[in-house]
Ligand binder design. Sequence first.
Ligand code: ATP
Ligand code: MG
Length: 656
Amino acid sequence: MVVSGSTIDSLLRENERYPPSDAFRTRARIHDDAVYESARKDPEAFWAEEARTLAWARPWAKVLEWDPPFAKWFVGGRLNVSVNCLDRHVATARRNQAAIVWEGEPGDRRTLTYHDLWRDVNRFANVLKGLGVGRGDRVTIYLPMIPELAVAMLACARIGAVHSVVFGGFSAHAIRDRMEDAESRIIVTADAGYRRGNPLPLKRTVDEAIAGLDLVRHAVVFRRAGIEVPMREGRDHWWHDLMEKAEPECEPEAMDATDPLFILYTSGTTGKPKGVQHSTGGYLVGVATTTKYVFDLRDDDLYWCTADCGWVTGHSYIVYGPLANGASVFMYEGAPDWPEPDRWWRIIEERDVTILYTAPTAIRAFMRWGDEHPKRHDLSSLRLLGTVGEPINPEAWRWYSRTIGGGRCPVVDTWWQTETGMILITPLPGTTTTKPGSATRPFPGIEAEVVDEHGRRVPVNRGGYLVISKPWPGMLQTLYKDPERYREVYWSQIPGKYFTGDGARVDEDGYLWLMGRIDDVINVAGHRIGTMEIESALVSHSKVAEAAVVGKPHPVKGQSLVAYVVLKRGEKGSDALKRDLQKHVREAIGAIAVPDDLYITEKLPKTRSGKIMRRVIRSIVSGQEIGDATTLEDPGAVDEVRKWLQEIEGSRGDRR
Ligand code: ATP
Ligand code: MG
């Protein structure tokens, strides 16, 4: 991506402030800002102190070796991630505490204590070994959200194999590409997983993916739904058969801190998926530390991150971060609105979930479905809320805080990426005064800046490019088998700094406001505007649930703005409402941001991870060739967007 133009105009302003309550602050792990100052003075000492809380087979000789753009953390140190997530706790009173509290979509329930999980991981590690998997080998995992997904990941970690988890909603094509790129000879899957009442046939998709792929030697199949699946003699094995025969204990491999723990292909919102490679030691220190402080974890918490383990959020904040801290993690298999849109709230009430970490896209969906669903349930067990994945519109933030958090729970808006491995920008709930829509400030030990294309800091409240100025422990090591692409994508734009690809501004209090991807910044009459701010203004209208804004070439203005708006349930679109929405944007931001075209639609096209596909919409409305959109995760998505656009733009009467 080429960065041009100096800064981005940031037009949206929010003035509300939410300081932590005294009740929260006094009990919080971090209740003042002292840690920021000490970590700033000596970040390596800060990370080393956190690293010492983990179990090492051999101590490190050097905290950081920085040979830009390649960082090595805890050089010389050896450790095993599964020992840190399991054995360490099994040796204490945590042994019989819940590690994973699980609920399947049909309502079936299982709880695995730390000891249960340890047993399964040991056996499955031996299963993998029995199939010839050793240190450094890549294992593909394609499972629904069942405890076996965590078991398979941790079993890889135990024997030093590198896992590559592929989201259970992806196509055969996506699995095949990733297996080929990772040269993975084995895949772990299930007969099916439940989604909206139906078994989703995973094994069938795997069969299609690996047909004729000579590389693949084994498929291990967990029986989840009990549906009929063809098993190929010699290649396919039932999970339970192998587990029965496996030895109960598996000696953990002492891995170098700099050995890879996993590869995860990015979701591909912006192009061809990249194999992001993460380390063992630095990554674990990064996710363990951030989980502990950002979620203010305590022994009596039941922590629920609603992501899928197919995304990095599931890796870092369902499996590795929480388990390294000995937390009790709640895991749910299915859809949020199955059988009714109150499923999550029912779960929270029945299970006494205390921490909820989810995505703005889910929050906006719940807003749209109506307040009656959460209102039917007692959500008073919740004490902390988090979000990740996209900028959160202030309106959605407030709804989350008020309707779900009862005005009592701090909201942590956490900014990070697959590549960063760990949360980098976030409030600390016991000390940070939050502002709806701002991810606030860098985590202790992290240095972030907003700069222009020459790498100069931009003035207060001017938009620019978000960069990370110093290496951090959870950072990606490289792109798998492609160090040149790694250098090019992340380190060539602003020399010496990690280029995030996101736009942001810093306000007068030093708070960071994320403005979406730089690709989503458009140029209107000489102003560079982040579409997210206009979307936010639209969503702040009482009848609007969600909005997508894209730019379209315009002979005079450079670009004109096109908005697609989804209304809350029960609201009806009309010309009067459209005029009202335009007026609303004018008042919130200014005339420059008023969309030239505005369409009301039933839904917005999204990626599998729930993000709006602005790039595809933009290419199509601009009449451009989709180009590398064909490398999108789901090439069918392009056709879907095209059809969607034809439907809503079909009737000229709808135009404004
Ligand atoms: P790809 O890189 O393959 O195109 P992706 O960027 O959507 O996909 P992720 O790594 O899961 O994949 O998402 C990281 C991006 O999500 C960030 O770069 C940012 O644009 C957005 N994001 C995540 N959390 C936040 C947040 N709290 N506020 C604003 N944006 C966020
Ligand atoms: Mg990205």
